[in-house]
Design a protein around this ligand. Structure first.
Ligand code: GLA
Length: 388
């Protein structure tokens, strides 16, 4: 942590911080819109993090300072209600609210937050914020919360307090991320395995392409996809599928007459995407990145045509990826409808790729995209800090 943050904390609260916590944003290699369908995902934490610096207070008051926005919000633990104007505060209030719902009674605190994960860009800045806060609060008050519970409570804060019906992937990877590893998660059983992601050794880079198109996750489209996929599963259940994990494309074909075209395609995405995640894990074990890249392109095809969560700017990234020598794969990440995509690139292809994407975006009248070469980072951490 930069010492200037500590000084800023003292300036705002007139006493030193005692604890520093942080949690990462994420990319997702593959497994999109599968988490809330109880399927498989393969995300990785990135080096960009959200930070939470805090000191306890004895009086049940929570004073928050968002250093990036230079905004303050204060609330009492007995009466937590969402803020209309300071949306960032709701992710933090949600954590206190959910802890209380669980019968855990944290006390008050002074806290300062700041972040490196670009907001609303599909890199999960919200889970990074929630998880950094719950990790910090748990450490500050010695709450006995195991890591899976931390992730689930952070998700509930977003579902039930902020009001976004997200799945568990983002909070889970923010807790469990590991340097130079991707995390395979079965979202039904919550069994997980870390797989080495030896990009450096293979001379590869994951480039995040931020379209700068912002469409809130809370938007009705995401929830509508959830409903459609759940509706299609009800039909598949009559054909013997217990969940999407054991549904097959043959079962889907047998359901043709009972599913309208939209539901049919939603289900096809979930079934084929689960299969791609399983395949991706096999390829990662062999460091077969060109095979992995092909799966990324296929995932985008499916997200664009079957799940319909892409947009022209994300399709453009995919097209540049298909044409550019040295690009192994590209696809949208996260919820879609804007936000970011990733490209898996040979190191020497990065500059040319960026140039091509920038000029092409300009020609098409798209917003000027942003780029991040992401390193695969660590999961959430909390540590006490000295009073120096
Ligand atoms: C968002 C949600 C996740 C997941 C993805 C799509 O990032 O927060 O839970 O559903 O969209 O894969």
């Amino acid at each position: 942590m930069d010492e200037s943050r500590k000084r800023a904390f003292i300036e705002v609260f007139h006493s030193p911080p005692e604890l520093l916590a942080s949690a990462p944003g994420r990319i997702n290699l593959i497994g999109e819109h599968t988490d809330y369908n109880n399927g498989y995902v393969l995300p990785a934490a990135i080096h960009l993090r959200n930070w939470f610096l805090a000191a306890p207070r004895p009086d049940g008051l929570v004073r928050l300072w968002a250093d990036d926005f230079r905004e303050e919000e204060t609330f009492r633990l007995e009466s937590i209600s969402p803020s209309e104007t300071r949306r960032w505060a709701n992710y933090i209030k949600g954590i206190f609210w959910v802890l209380q719902q669980e019968g855990v009674r944290p006390q008050g605190l002074d806290a300062m937050i700041w972040g490196e994960v670009p907001l609303e860009s599909g890199l999960s800045s919200s889970a990074a914020l929630e998880v950094s806060v719950i990790k910090g609060v748990a450490a500050l008050w010695n709450l006995d919360l195991d890591p899976v519970r931390l992730a689930k409570l952070a998700q509930r804060a977003e579902n039930d307090f902020v009001g976004v019906q997200c799945g568990l992937m983002d909070q889970f990877i923010a807790v469990f991320g590991r340097k130079n590893s991707a995390l395979f998660l079965d979202c039904e059983t919550l069994d997980y395995t870390h797989y080495p992601l030896n990009l450096e050794k293979a001379g590869l880079v994951i480039l995040v392409y931020d379209t700068k198109v912002r469409r809130r996750l809370a938007s009705s489209e995401y929830n509508q996809r959830r409903r459609e996929a759940a509706g299609a599963l009800e039909v598949l259940k009559n054909k013997g599928a217990r969940s999407y994990k054991d549904a097959t494309t043959a079962m889907l074909r047998n359901s043709r007459a009972e599913l309208d075209d939209v539901l049919y395609r939603r289900a096809r995405h979930v079934i084929t995407e689960n299969a791609r995640v399983r395949k991706a894990v096999e390829l990662l074990e062999k460091d077969d990145f060109s095979g992995l890249g092909t799966l990324l392109f296929q995932s985008h095809d499916s997200l664009r045509d079957d799940y319909e969560v892409s947009c022209p700017e994300l399709d453009f990234l995919y097209e540049v990826g298909k044409e550019h020598p040295g690009c192994l794969g590209a696809r949208l990440v996260g919820a879609g409808f804007g936000g970011s995509g990733i490209a898996l690139l040979e190191k020497q292809a990065v500059d040319g790729f960026k140039k091509r994407a920038l000029s092409g975006a300009e020609e098409r009248g798209f917003p000027r995209p942003g780029f991040h070469e992401v390193r695969v980072g660590r999961g959430a951490e909390a540590s006490r800090i000295g009073r120096s």
